[in-house]
Design a protein around this ligand. Sequence first.
Ligand SMILES: [Ca+2]
Length: 81
Amino acid sequence: MRHDAQDADGSGAIDAGELGAALKLLGLRATPSEVAAMLDSVGSQADGEIEYPQFVKIMTDVLTRPPVQVGADLSPVLLPT
Ligand SMILES: [Ca+2]
């Protein structure tokens, strides 16, 4: 996953909307409050944005947290419906 693919507005950081969109690409749903909690958990900046290493940490945490695991059936994400 390339950074600038997630940084939709080119700000150099990931905001809540961009994180939510990244999660959605993975077929994951998160409420705005859940997204905010994820941002807070990695120490978001005052403007609510995070740097790419923090984004990677969130994604790693999300993907290794049960029940979503590496090797899970991702066909709903990867295959057209
Ligand atoms: Ca951005």
